[in-house]
Design a protein around this ligand. Structure first.
Ligand code: MCN
Ligand code: CUM
Length: 811
């Protein structure tokens, strides 16, 4: 079904990187007319008419004949032995069909344990003990959702509470063992290092300035509109399992299900319909999914499971929880020379982090950021505690958020320490444009960048020097105003597959394009949009390459029976991988189209040139064949000996990651009476290389900035000493609303990726990565003259008020 033109080198990025190509500009490149709507057009999203009319189709919209419902009994203890589970009262209820326990799963083929994304193991349902609060204990299956919900109240579980360890530093003492199922009787999961210790020690020994700071990035949790859910539909006669699931990675999940359950992979179909936000929370496999699938296997009926809000907030996909100790060295001229970082990573009761196997701490080792340092050394230790599995995701790229927060806070502390303006300090320390591709001290090769241009644009946009003047005047009057910068480097687009995998499956991604006789097209992808607008932007990439109007190209994702194998959407990888595959598949089609055009026009291929949507004879521009004419000919009048049809598939394994970046500037006013922080202005200049759709990118940045504001000022998952989640509802877990959000002022620079076929980098997570340190830096900037060096996020009024009181300002 694939037609590979052997003159196209399969994975050679086209065009190859040249110095001209990586020049930075402000101007979005547009080469097609609005009727075609290729790259650069502000095309309105094709998916929005159905979303804004309430016509999206989500997992909970799926209703199958005879469908049963599942609900889950959860543990009220963070650590306790299970003495007995008595389900008799629940089973006696009308409409209750089954209660599934860990013992049942064990009998069904050891399904009571499952692998996590980091090749650790996690209980599906417990037999001996529970290890975190709200852990799944057993599942009730009933004919109606409300009966299932009532029945879980009737299940009586006898627990014998065990001592609880919540603090990761305490856990490292191994006095309370979280995972006694493990051979190694310790809570210490792994130790990981990157960089050069000796070189770093030398740099520190020679330093004129050293600053040191403890930084905690608390546990947070994505709060997408849609919680997790599944409809599992096992057909006993066909031996076929059909699954509707809120999955960011349907193919990977299918493979995991096949390996864990023993069902043949071709008999498992996973369909991810519309998804109401993923943000990383729909990458892992949760116990609820497994129970739901088993329930359908056992009953032979379709079973639906939809999590409620509290279950979602209490039991799945926690991010961050990094306890960082950082040191930065600089020479006498204020040039950063070295970075030394030690981190304790609290993973909760299982290492379920969404990290590639090779990097247990994800891409945390990108922590030298945008600066040209001599040496760096990073140490991370992973540890179990009695909390739900953590280390998963919150619009991050494998821990880059933690890295960026740390380096941007440290850069600001150093700037203040040496008495330099934080902007000037950054300008001086940035990797210079002529240093790209840049090899970082921890081993990454940055593809392209121009950090100076982005910061300069942000400063001009916000009026930086005027703001500094205003700040000085206000400070003289005793008012607290701060200006914070974050000049971050992101790292997205996993693969390359030599370094990146999920449970061993290599991280490439795919596109398949079919052009119908009338010139309309269908394109399918291994990724899965959860709101990012892929139906629009992938169509624009194909439109750019083939000249078919984007409106004529139907994009499909999420059905493993029809889409080519791919690793899914997270880590802002869709554009760098599947977006590249779209361009490469389109180019294969164009190569075949050229042969057909040459045949139709009775000329040699070398006599033809491509022009937006057609091949024309060089020097004779009225001798043309449009892509539509060629498509028709591919089915009606193609050259003898050529296969009919016009289609191609591409599995794209990128040669490197892409390194988007940006400079954000926040201006805050701090109320010295209440400690309240108000973000007065926020300018975000992002650089994600060539832009496919500026409107979509702006939308991504708006949403992402709000998701960056959230952990900076509001969101934190808190446990008490017994491991009870104190923030399990939206009354306590504070999401920012339009009231708290400032007017985001966005803009861009464009520094293309030299190795990506269309020069694009990912952007989906940049704003969430870049925003928190800009805000934190702004608040500390407002308080530095009072002796405040650092505040951990979320920077709540209480924390600020206490800092002010300690500084003798109030109280
Ligand atoms: N884009 C573009 N030009 C570029 C880069 C991207 O026009 N140079 C467009 C893309 O075509 C795509 C969107 O921007 O439509 C995001 O692309 P990309 O940066 O490649 O990221 P992904 O599509 O892989 O999306 C993942 C990313 C992640 S990891 C999280 S978390 C997140 C995010 O996207 N979750 C989201 N944005 C989200 N937005 C919504 N609405 N919902 C989520 O769950
Ligand atoms: Cu890390 S959140 Mo996104 O990768 O789905």
């Amino acid at each position: 079904m694939t037609q590979v033109d052997d003159r196209i080198e399969h994975h050679t990025p086209v065009p190859a990187g040249t110095s001209a190509q990586v020049a930075t500009t402000d101007k979005v490149r547009v080469t097609t007319p609005a009727t075609i709507c290729g790259m650069g057009h502000r095309m309105k999203r094709k998916e929005d008419p159905r979303f804004i009319q309430g016509k999206g189709r989500y997992v909970d919209d799926v209703k199958l004949p005879g469908m049963l419902y599942m609900d889950i009994v959860r543990s009220p203890y963070a650590h306790a032995k299970i003495l007995k589970i008595d389900a008799s009262a629940a089973l006696a209820m009308d409409g209750v069909l089954a209660v599934i326990t860990g013992e049942d799963l064990k009998k069904a083929g050891n399904l009571h344990w499952m692998p996590t994304l980091m090749s650790d193991t996690q209980m599906v349902l417990p037999i001996e003990k529970v290890v975190y609060y709200a852990q799944e204990v057993c599942a009730v299956i009933a004919t109606e959702r409300y009966i299932a919900a009532d029945a879980i109240e009737k299940v009586v579980v006898d627990y014998d509470p065990l001592p609880v360890v919540i603090d990761p530093f305490e856990a490292m003492k191994d006095e309370v063992l979280v995972r006694d199922d493990k051979e190694a009787k310790t809570n210490h999961i792994w130790h990981w290092e990157a960089g050069d210790k000796d070189a770093t020690d030398k740099v520190f020994a020679a330093a004129a300035h050293v600053v040191e700071q403890k930084i905690y990035l608390p546990r947070i949790h994505v709060a997408s509109i849609e919680t997790c859910g599944m409809v599992a539909n096992y057909d006993k006669v066909r031996g076929h399992m059909q699954i509707y699931m809120t999955s960011q990675a349907p193919h990977a999940h299918r493979t995991v299900f096949a390996l864990v359950s023993g069902l043949p992979e071709h008999q498992i179909q996973i369909i991810s319909p519309d998804i109401g936000g993923g943000f990383g929370g729909k990458v892992p496999v949760y116990p609820g999914y497994v129970c739901c699938a088993v329930a359908s296997l056992v009953t032979g009926k379709p079973v639906k499971w939809i999590e409620d809000r509290s279950e979602n907030l209490q039991a799945d996909s926690f991010a961050r929880d990094y306890h960082i100790h950082a040191e930065m060295a600089a020479d006498a001229s204020g040039r950063i020379t070295g970075l030394r970082v030690k981190t304790l990573a609290d993973h909760g009761a299982a290492d379920a982090a969404a990290n590639p196997s090779k990097f247990p701490a994800g891409l945390y080792s990108i922590c030298t950021g945008s600066y040209d340092l001599k040496a760096a050394h990073v140490v991370v230790d992973g540890v179990y505690t009695n909390k739900p599995p953590g280390g998963v995701a919150y619009r991050c790229s494998f821990r880059v958020t933690e890295a960026v927060h740390m380096i941007e806070r440290m850069a600001d502390i150093m700037a203040h320490e040496v008495g330099e303006d934080p902007a000037a300090f950054r300008m001086k320390n940035f990797i210079r444009p002529d240093q790209f591709p840049y090899k970082s001290p921890t081993g990454w090769e940055y593809d392209s960048g121009n950090y100076q241009a982005a910061l300069e644009k942000a400063m001009n946009t916000i009026g930086y020097s005027d703001l500094r003047r205003e700040q000085a005047e206000k400070r003289a009057r005793g008012e607290l105003m701060g200006i914070g910068i974050s000049s971050f480097t992101e790292v997205v687009g996993a693969g390359p597959s030599r370094d990146f995998d999920i449970l061993g499956i290599k991280m490439f991604d795919s596109a398949e394009i079919r052009i119908h006789p009338t010139g309309k097209a269908m394109a399918r992808f291994g990724t899965k949009s959860q709101g990012q607008g892929h139906e629009t932007t992938y169509a624009q990439i194909v439109a750019e390459e083939l000249g078919l109007p984007a409106a004529d190209i139907q994009i499909e994702e999420g059905d493993t029976d029809t889409a080519p194998y791919g690793l899914g959407t997270y880590a802002s990888r869709s554009t760098p991988t599947a977006g590249a595959a779209a361009a490469m598949a389109a180019r294969k089609i164009r190569a075949k189209a050229k042969k057909i055009a040459a045949y139709l026009l009775e000329v040699g291929e070398d006599d033809l040139e491509w022009n937006v949507d057609r091949f024309q004879v060089k020097g004779s521009p009225d001798q043309v064949k449009t892509i539509q004419e060629i498509a028709f000919a591919a089915y009606t009048n193609h050259p003898p000996g050529m296969e009919a049809g016009l289609e191609a598939v591409d599995y794209y394994d990128p040669p490197n990651l892409t390194f988007p970046f940006g400079s954000y500037i926040a201006v805050v006013d701090v109320d010295s009476g209440t400690g309240e922080v108000k973000v007065r202005r926020f300018v975000a200049i992002d650089d994600c290389g060539n832009i496919i759709n500026p409107l979509v990118v702006e939308g991504q940045v708006h949403g992402g900035l709000t998701m960056g504001l959230a952990p900076a000022l509001f969101e934190e998952i808190v446990y008490d000493e017994n491991g009870q989640n104190l923030t399990g509802t939206f009354a306590d877990y504070l999401l920012p609303t339009a009231v708290e959000s400032p007017k985001w002022e966005t803009g861009h620079t464009i520094t293309p990726s030299p190795h990506h076929p269309i020069g694009a980098k990912g952007v989906g997570e940049s704003p969430t990565v870049g925003a928190p340190p800009a805000i934190a830096n702004a608040v500390v900037d407002a308080l530095w003259h009072l002796g405040v060096r650092h505040l951990d996020i979320p920077i709540t009024p209480q924390k600020v008020w206490k800092a002010l009181r300690d500084a003798g300002v109030n109280g």
